[in-house]
Design a protein around this ligand. Structure first.
Ligand SMILES: Cc1cc2nc3c(=O)[nH]c(=O)nc-3n(C[C@H](O)[C@H](O)[C@H](O)COP(=O)(O)OP(=O)(O)OC[C@H]3O[C@@H](n4cnc5c(N)ncnc54)[C@H](O)[C@@H]3O)c2cc1C
Length: 367
């Protein structure tokens, strides 16, 4: 086995790259493992083509971007250019990224860990889990919903068909804008993009809202369905899997009567952008401590969900193993310096992934 490394970084998204850059600047020995065939594969796989990337900083974090090389520019470039920017950073800084190499397991104890991949093993003192979050949340409907897409593979496939996008956040808004633009440019006047959200209020940031507003003003066929609940998966008379979704039109006539307005879409025309959660099963396999949300402990995570326990520096209960970025979104349990454990909101953004990497490095690197 080659010489012991200071750290193995798993994932070459914004979090992993920021960690690699900081390690490089401090002359630390490290490798970055990426299961995909190029840097930022996770972003390439999940963003709609041409989507503009926003350098959003959540309101509660007033600090500037801690690693400027990974910051998306203020003029909001398309995702393809952002990925190119990352690849240039990798080349210019000679970051060692092992592409097409998938992390599998960890053995040993701090400070002598062995990281195993599908291609080999690495001896290291620290491990940074920056593998993102790609486990889609459950749609929670009766019946099968397996054929519902989670992002757009090819936007042109939706020209000439009515498509339903479910979700009230930025990812859903991006998909809606992007599909509407494709349909508008293809002069598809006959069909629309239906956008359904459980609540009345959508939770999108200003930049996303501006793009969406522009798309509507340019003539995009977007139909918004507030308080719309995906209800049931069903098979119609022609054998097509469908998703039925409904809105309550009156709050109630009486306790025993509600009036609904419903719509039904073939499942293959539905894209559910309802968020992702951390890879709890992987954390279990690595013996990383998690807490199950019950009662009033959690405000963001749902009852029964398991949240990773982390220190202020994103260190897990196993010394030298850290978890950052999308992998710990949308919330984790922070052990405060006073020993009190509380749920911590963690927006899944490029900024937060980069800031997490900086906080990890503040612990690992000498002053
Ligand atoms: C549609 C959409 C639009 C978004 N728009 C914005 C935006 O405009 N601005 C913004 O700030 N944020 C945006 N986000 C969120 C942002 O992309 C994420 O917060 C960010 O990518 C998280 O970075 P990360 O490094 O933690 O994980 P990721 O970017 O997911 O990177 C993880 C990497 O790890 C690799 N990997 C996974 N498992 C393994 C393994 N076992 N072995 C080796 N490699 C592995 C993956 O291939 C991936 O490349 C958007 C998200 C989506 C889905």
């Amino acid at each position: 086995m080659p010489a012991k490394l200071d750290m193995v970084i798993i994932g070459s998204g914004p979090g992993g790259l920021a960690a690699g850059l900081l390690a490089k600047k401090h002359s630390k020995s490290f490798i970055i493992l990426e299961k995909g065939s190029h840097t930022m594969q996770g972003i390439t796989d999940t963003y709609p083509k041409g989507k503009k990337v926003y350098p959003t900083i959540p309101k509660s974090y007033p600090d500037p971007f801690p690693v400027l090389e990974i910051k998306p520019p203020d003029e909001k470039i398309p995702v393809e250019e952002y990925v190119k920017q990352a690849q240039t950073v990798v080349t210019q800084n000679d970051l060692k990224i092992h592409l097409n190499e998938e992390f599998k397991e960890i053995s040993g104890e701090f400070p002598d860990y062995i990281v195993k991949t599908d291609k080999g093993s690495y001896f290291t003192e620290n491990i940074i889990l920056a593998f993102g979050s790609n486990i889609p949340n459950d749609l929670g409907i009766y019946g099968e919903a397996k054929t519902v897409a989670r992002n757009i593979e090819n936007g042109e496939d939706y020209i000439g068909i009515n498509v339903l996008v479910i979700g009230g956040g930025n990812a859903a808004a991006d998909v809606v804008s992007s599909l509407s633009k494709i349909k508008r440019e293809a002069k598809d006047e006959a069909t629309s993009v239906y956008w359904a959200h459980l609540n009345e209020k959508f939770e999108i940031n200003k930049d996303t809202a501006r793009d969406l507003g522009e798309e509507i003003l340019l003539g995009g066929h977007i139909k918004i369905l507030q308080k719309a609940v995906p209800k049931i998966g069903e098979v119609d008379a022609n054998g097509i899997d469908r998703l039925y979704i409904h809105q309550t039109t009156t709050s109630s006539f009486s306790d025993d009567l509600y009036i609904y307005q419903g719509m039904s879409f073939p499942m293959k025309n539905v894209i559910a952008c309802i968020g992702t959660h951390g890879p709890s099963a992987i954390f279990d396999a690595l013996n990383l401590q998690q807490i199950t949300c019950t009662g009033a402990i959690c405000k963001i995570a749902k009852e029964g969900e398991r949240l990773l326990m982390l220190s202020h520096h994103f260190e897990t209960n196993r010394s030298g193993i850290y978890a950052i970025g999308g992998a710990i979104s949308p919330s984790y349990m922070e052990i405060g310096s006073d020993g009190i454990i509380k749920e911590k909101k963690h927006s899944n953004l490029i900024y937060t992934a980069v800031l997490d990497a900086k906080k990890v490095m503040d612990k690992i690197l000498p002053d």
